[in-house]
Design a protein around this ligand. Structure first.
Ligand code: 5GP
Length: 202
């Protein structure tokens, strides 16, 4: 890992419950900051209609995922929901960093805290907080991507995740998307100004 630590420039970790709006914020930052590149995670969940393999996620079978765990190919991985694995591939972070870019992650809270622990001095960790759990439920229902069962699982996980928000560098309450975009950009600009002992390629 020490090798990867030397290669990495900066890591922007965006976490928050499913339905908090974190993915929208990540997409906004990506389209406004060309030096920021998305870490495409691996997952065993089924691809949604609007998703592309190798673009949104690398969709793997459970068997393929487990082989990668054994081969130590992940920087972090979690069984985010029962029987559903998600993980950050070392190869993604290495590729983006070697191109001289900053990596942005859209991952669950445990995964985010794990990365923050490994790369504390190089990372910016933001927790995207929904205004309330009720609001989160409405957003997930509007999204129409979840079954009734999956909706309940996601709400219950959200309640647990919110308890860990204080571990993050910043908590961004996502009440108004435009304001959240502006705040996220300000946090990123501040972080870019910080000295994180970058290597010369930054
Ligand atoms: P979804 O199924 O809605 O795409 O994602 C479910 C949850 O898994 C979200 O909170 C998402 O951020 C998280 N997730 C996505 N990729 C990763 C990853 O590589 N590692 C971890 N720990 N969580 C991830």
């Amino acid at each position: 890992m020490s090798n990867l630590n030397q290669i990495i420039n900066r890591l922007v970790i965006i976490c928050g419950p499913s339905g908090s709006g974190k993915t929208t914020i990540v997409q906004h930052l990506l389209s406004n900051n060309p030096k920021l590149k998305f870490s495409i995670s691996a997952t065993t969940r089924i691809k949604r209609e609007n998703e592309q393999d190798g673009d949104d996620y690398y969709f793997l079978s459970t068997d393929e995922f487990k082989k990668k765990i054994e081969a130590d190919e992940f920087l972090e991985w979690e069984q985010v929901y029962t029987d559903l694995y998600y993980g950050t591939l070392k190869s993604e972070v290495e590729r983006i960093s070697k191109e001289g870019n900053m990596v942005i992650f859209d991952i669950d809270v445990q995964g985010g805290l794990n990365l923050q622990k490994q790369f504390k001095e190089k990372s910016l960790a933001i927790f995207v907080m929904p205004p309330s759990v009720e609001d989160l439920k409405k957003r997930l229902q509007r999204r129409k991507t979840e079954s009734a069962e999956s909706l309940l699982t996601r709400i219950s996980k959200a309640e647990q995740e919110i308890e860990h928000a204080f571990h993050f560098d910043h908590v961004l309450v996502n009440k108004d998307l435009d304001k959240s975009f502006a705040t996220a950009q300000e946090l990123l600009d501040e972080y870019i100004k910080e000295d994180v002992n970058d290597n010369p390629s930054d």
